[in-house]
Design a protein around this ligand. Structure first.
Ligand SMILES: [Zn+2]
Length: 277
């Protein structure tokens, strides 16, 4: 893959003294920006979001603020990121703050795709048009928040470049907003949260979606409302399996009873039916 062979000076860890030559002036990381220690996930209060009990998650929930992404959202972001692995692909993360007994958590349950970075540098940027499109999409979901952003690093790993830090600093600078990086070639993900004014990599949990995993109920109906043939086959298969299971259970029960009685009579026990004839 030629993507991995190309040197990417813009994706080295940030070096404020040596800005990459092709970056537009307005997106240079600001080396002299004031420290913002208050920008920290520990500042997120329990009451910033309503109580919600987590469904099945991939690992145990720790104490305090946690980043949780729904399986469907993660898979959708991955699908978007794999669309083109020659450029960086970006978008915003959508969701809400919640809390449970362990504390506040951020639930990412949707995304709004941005536009591909089309410049030859392949670096991701949020242009005015991209923002406009995102805002328009968000207006349809007034109960949802922009909780961060995601972008891909095809073949060069999970970290935040100087430009990425600049974007996080200027557009996603609320204590609970996260940066998500996905490498679609290495198939790795990373979430970055605010800790004492710096973006740091953090653990995250994946929440399984409600309903049967891997079965999309929206795909079970034809446009006219009837069941699709694939869904009919699935349902018939399921009911056939149920019948076969019942027959097997009955046969096992019958055989155990039969051989049990034989054993008892063979060993001199008198077996009598409870109802006298
Ligand atoms: Zn990046």
């Amino acid at each position: 893959m030629d993507v991995a062979e190309e040197p990417r000076p813009e994706h080295q860890p940030p070096e404020p003294d040596e800005p990459a030559p092709d970056q537009p002036a307005q997106v240079q990381p600001a080396p002299d920006r004031p420290e913002r220690p208050e920008l920290d996930i520990s500042r997120v209060e329990r009451d910033n979001g309503p109580m919600r009990v987590l469904r099945k998650v991939t690992s145990p929930r720790g104490e305090g603020f946690e980043v949780v992404i729904q399986r469907s959202a993660l898979e959708a972001i991955h699908a978007h990121g794999r669309e083109d692995t020659t450029v960086e692909i970006c978008g915003v993360l959508v969701g809400n703050l919640h809390h449970d007994r362990q504390g506040p958590y951020l639930l990412i349950d949707a995304h709004v795709p941005g536009e591909k970075a089309t410049s030859r540098g392949t670096q991701v940027t949020f242009t005015a048009e991209t923002w406009e499109g995102i805002q328009k999409e968000m207006e349809k979901h007034p109960d949802q928040k922009i909780v961060g952003w995601y972008h891909t690093h095809p073949g060069f790993g999970v970290f935040l470049s100087g430009m990425d830090l600049f974007i996080q600093d200027n557009f996603f600078n609320l204590p609970w907003q996260v940066a998500w990086v996905y490498d679609p070639i290495a198939e790795t993900d990373g979430a970055f949260v605010w800790r004492a004014g710096k973006s740091e990599k953090a653990d995250f949990l994946i929440e399984e979606n409600a309903g049967e995993r891997g079965h999309d109920f929206r795909k079970t109906l034809n446009p006219d409302g009837s069941l699709t043939s694939a869904e009919l086959r699935r349902l018939r298969g399921a009911s056939l399996r149920r019948v076969v299971r019942a027959v097997i259970v009955f046969m096992i029960f019958f055989l155990v009873a039969w051989f049990g009685l034989r054993w008892l009579t063979d060993h001199g026990y008198k077996v009598r039916w409870p109802i006298e004839r």
